[in-house]
Design a protein around this ligand. Structure first.
Ligand SMILES: NC(=O)CC[C@H](N)C(=O)O
Length: 221
């Protein structure tokens, strides 16, 4: 009815290609976004993992900050993974001096929160919205959500170890964030979940607000 959504992947820095593949196998069209005029062309955006301080500098150097902030404020769906989560946070607990974010999500994130000695680790997370099977979450110098406002829905918390209880996936409206990297595991349920958010957003924006949301047509495995 509303066609196949076109989802951009912010491509100034980070693991862009893996997200393009994950989105393409989840029923979206994709394009990379690195120019201001490309921001206007997409229905939604993914901000990949990478290094948030570098990403912030490049976003500003490429004149992307203002157009991205405008579209986020106007309700564009965005999914941010790891550094992308930091970019979508309204507040950073331990920002580098002069580090800025795009903002939009009423959360405070802590960068490299799990400590230097645990640079990366993996854990199975149970995320109700993604069905019964746990999600293998890969954390790479990951942030966590230190605190979240009332309109933020927590989707996942660390389940084991010293960081148990820390928030690592959340949603506010059509903004979705994960501390971990679902694009590297071959399990694309997080991307499918985001594509569904984008589909519903687009359907609503086109005036299909009466009646229940269109049922998901795709087969899931
Ligand atoms: N894998 C990642 O995206 C790491 C994030 C990085 N530690 C940062 O602060 O931006």
């Amino acid at each position: 009815m509303t066609g196949i959504p076109l989802i951009g992947v912010l491509a100034v820095q980070g693991d862009v290609r893996e997200h393009v593949v994950a989105l393409a196998t989840s029923g979206a069209r994709t394009m990379t976004v690195r120019r201001p005029e490309e921001v206007a062309q997409v229905d939604a955006l993914v901000i990949p993992g990478g290094e948030s301080t570098t990403m912030d500098k490049l976003v500003r150097a490429f004149d992307l900050q203002a157009p991205l902030r405008e579209r986020i404020a106007a309700g564009m769906p965005v999914y941010g993974s790891c550094a992308g989560m930091i970019m979508l946070a309204d507040r950073i607990a331990d920002a580098r001096p002069d580090q800025q974010t795009l903002g939009g999500l009423d959360i405070t994130v802590r960068r490299n929160a799990f400590g230097r000695q645990v640079d990366s680790f993996e854990e199975d997370l149970h995320i109700r919205e993604l069905g019964g099977e746990p999600v293998r979450a890969v954390f790479i110098r990951a942030p966590w959500v230190e605190d979240a406002g009332e309109s933020v829905k927590v989707l996942a918390r660390v389940e084991h170890g010293p960081a148990a209880g820390r928030i690592v996936a959340a949603r506010q409206g059509d903004l979705l964030v994960t501390s971990f990297h679902p694009e590297v595991t071959g399990d694309h349920r997080v991307h499918q979940f985001f594509v569904d958010i984008v589909r519903q957003h687009t359907a609503t924006a086109h005036g299909a607000t009466t009646g229940p949301a269109a049922p998901d047509q795709r087969e899931r495995s």
